[in-house]
Write a protein that binds this ligand. Structure first.
Ligand code: NI
Length: 391
């Protein structure tokens, strides 16, 4: 497949891709509730030739394109929106109050539809097969990817690729990472159980506030004193609550937080390390505790061979200067559910543009993307698919 051919075909669908993005932007749906979005996707896909469409869940769509050959590439888009009231004023702003595509997943849907349209036109030249996966609920653990994988969407798949439109990167740039790219995202709650009483008579109490303060500080010793400094890890307490007024020591303090890291070996042990510290401190001070660790998304670890194919595709399409070797990010992504089973890669497609005022971060009520990024992403998906299938 010559890149000129890809460019020509993508140029023919790029206007339509923008229109799709604007349509989905107007009708966002929350995680696990993407039924109308999925139906609309299926309706659009049904107008392309050669696709076998299935619906593993009512809020998901999977489409298979059969070419000539054994190998199969899966390409994934996440389709959910966020509980945010949109503050953009353009005419395609959200029509669903309190719900907004503030992470660019509207663009992901449009990009994958455009990719499916172009590849369906090229199916006779494909040396293998392509599976398009439109996945619900990326934004809310346990995520939609896990359930789709359990329902068999990776059966017969040799490679999996996915992208995120990314406004911290300017449009025209593509961010890649060889190896670990996004962190695991596990959650926990801690309850410190003391004995309440009068604030002026602390010796009759077991003060859970003072003990919690020590727990918060000492949990950071895991990061600074127990883990290899060359292994990135974040332990954050995002919520702490206890007490009602100045002169009362409460019975209980509750905390909640998250752990982010890349190394699966450390991830396996982290909850027992945390519990050892919580137990030690509470025991030392006559308190007790409840500790609940809830595994979230696994880390996104890219297959270096597949990253190389994407990098080559981007360089041929847009030149060497388009590639940015970005640093891994501590955010989580349930794309990891696919990467745990099949070699593949996730990558970031630059979608920011300071001159156009497209500067707001993801999940912001004024989040927007430079729509030029959409056609760039379609080109990368189409060209990379050909490269992977002709390996
Ligand atoms: Ni996102």
């Amino acid at each position: 497949m010559r890149k000129e051919q890809v460019e020509e075909l993508v140029n023919k669908v790029k206007e339509e891709v923008v229109q799709w993005r604007r349509y989905f932007h107007q009708y966002p749906e929350l995680s696990f509730h993407e039924e109308k979005t999925a139906q609309r996707i299926a309706d659009i896909l049904s107008t392309f030739e050669g696709l076998i469409i299935s619906r593993p869940l009512p809020n998901s769509v999977v489409a298979d394109l059969e070419g000539r050959g054994e190998k199969r590439v899966a390409i994934r888009a996440d389709i959910d929106a966020l509980p945010i009231q949109e503050e953009n004023e353009f005419d395609f702003a959200s029509k669903n109050p309190g719900v907004m595509h503030a992470c660019g997943h509207d663009g992901h849907i449009a990009v994958l539809l455009g990719t499916a349209k172009v590849l369906s036109q090229l199916r006779k030249e494909l040396k293998g097969n392509v599976r398009f996966i439109f996945q619900p609920a990326e934004e809310m653990p346990p995520g939609g990817a896990k359930e789709l994988v359990e329902r068999g969407v990776l059966q017969g798949v040799d490679f999996v690729i996915g992208e995120h439109l990314w406004t911290p990167l300017p449009v025209g740039k593509v961010g890649i990472v060889y190896g670990p790219m996004m962190a695991s995202a596990d959650m926990f709650t801690i309850k410190i159980i003391g004995k309440g009483g009068h604030a002026a008579l602390p010796h009759y109490t077991v003060d859970p506030i003072a003990i919690s303060a020590e727990v918060v500080t000492n949990l950071q010793h895991i990061v600074s004193r127990e883990i290899d400094p060359l292994e990135p890890i974040v332990v954050t307490i995002g919520r702490i609550s206890g007490g009602t007024t100045d002169n009362v020591i409460p019975n209980v303090v509750e905390m909640a937080g998250t752990v982010r890291l890349f190394n699966p070996g450390i991830r396996e042990e982290i909850s027992s390390v945390m519990e050892r510290i919580i137990k030690g401190i509470t025991t030392a001070h006559r308190a007790s505790y409840e500790f609940n660790f809830k595994p979230g998304y696994a880390p996104v670890i890219n297959n270096k061979g597949v990253v190389k194919v994407v990098e080559e595709a981007v360089k041929e399409l847009f030149g060497e200067e388009a590639i940015v070797r970005i640093k891994p990010v501590m955010g989580g992504e349930d794309f990891s559910a696919y990467l745990e089973r099949v070699p593949g890669t996730f990558f970031f497609v630059g979608a920011g543009n300071e001159e156009k005022g497209i500067v707001h971060p993801h999940h912001h009520p004024r989040f927007n993307i430079d729509e030029k990024a959409l056609e760039i992403a379609v080109k990368i998906f189409v060209y990379t698919t050909f490269k992977l299938l002709s390996q």
